[in-house]
Design a binder for this molecule. Structure first.
Ligand SMILES: Nc1nc2c(ncn2[C@@H]2O[C@H](COP(=O)(O)OP(=O)(O)OP(=O)(O)O)[C@@H](O)[C@H]2O)c(=O)[nH]1
Length: 284
């Protein structure tokens, strides 16, 4: 247990200390360490503790972020309008998730569940979503996720195409056409997915993504992709959190496998047109 309960604002240092203590005291005895944050925690500082603290990353690595959603109350929190520059924690917790569990489904109607699922997938088109009662899901769904593991990206980029067509033209203040509710919400956080054939020039991709995180790093929460690059029989995989970006050759394309590029960006005020244009600019 970390002092004060609130991981987000006070205890990133404490988290480092606790992880190092655990790692040293019980080295080799852990399969997993599960950190339960408060409902108000911001995910980014916790995630970045694993990505940026060199000492921590010698002992432990981040497997994934699981977001447990209370189906009965989530919509209300996702739609809460915050003062300017104040983040909606519920939206952020969905946006950073590698796995999402929609719990307490027995307390909502199918229609409510449908709109909640739609809203969640609009924010995060990447994370698989499981419906649950009393939090009951398979252990495999929450442990051994490999959300930050480049070797696992090929099985991890679950691009939800059903939402590609519906989640563009939204403004931070505006309203999502096609949504059935009639209130304002923080729609500035969303996903843009690109699924496309074509071979890419890796140097161009490097330049594009570097430029992107330089200009938009603050607003880019997560990104992942599998790319088909010229002159290589292997997939090229990448993943990033804000300004941290990792990429490397992945597994070989199968002999009969269609080489499809799949990219997912999750962030605030994403410019879908610019992202698509950037992608096209990298085609060989
Ligand atoms: N009907 C129903 N009740 C549930 C479900 N899951 C949990 N509960 C009940 O909801 C109540 C509150 O539990 P949670 O919402 O999980 O509480 P929590 O967020 O873990 O609470 P803290 O971590 O202590 O803040 C308990 O009485 C649970 O038994 C579910 O799927 N359906």
């Amino acid at each position: 247990m970390v002092n004060n309960g609130c991981l987000c604002c006070t205890v990133r240092g404490d988290l480092v200390k606790m992880l190092l203590q655990l790692a040293k005291k019980k080295q080799g005895q852990f399969d997993h360490i599960v950190i339960e944050t408060t409902g108000l925690a911001k995910p980014a500082p916790v995630i970045e503790t694993f990505c940026t603290d060199e000492l921590v990353s010698q002992y432990v690595k981040l497997d994934g972020v699981i977001t447990l959603v209370d189906s009965k109350h989530a919509m209300q929190h996702l739609n809460e309008v915050k003062p300017r520059f104040v983040v909606n924690e519920a939206v952020e917790q969905v946006a950073y998730a590698d796995r999402i569990i929609l719990n307490k489904i027995d307390l909502v109607t199918e229609t409510e569940l449908g709109s909640l699922t739609e809203r969640i997938k609009h924010i995060n088109a990447m994370a698989p979503v499981k419906l649950a009662k009393y939090g009951s899901v398979d252990m495999d769904f929450v442990l051994g996720v490999g959300g930050y593991d480049l070797e696992r990206i090929d099985s991890e980029v679950h691009v939800d195409n059903s939402h590609c067509a519906t989640h563009h033209h939204e403004s931070a203040h505006g309203h999502h056409e096609g949504h059935h509710h009639n209130h304002m919400h923080d729609s500035a956080v969303s996903s843009v997915t690109i699924v496309s054939e074509g071979t890419l020039d890796l140097d161009e991709v490097d330049d594009w993504l570097e430029r992107l995180i330089e200009e938009k790093g603050e607003d880019l929460y997560r990104m992942k992709g599998i790319l088909s690059v010229s002159g290589s029989e292997q997939q090229y995989v990448f993943q990033g959190v804000h300004s941290t970006l990792d990429g490397c050759p992945g597994k070989a394309w199968g002999p009969d496998e269609k080489r499809i590029n799949k990219l997912v960006f999750i962030g605030r005020n994403l410019d879908e047109t610019a992202l698509r244009k950037g992608f096209k600019g990298c085609l060989a």
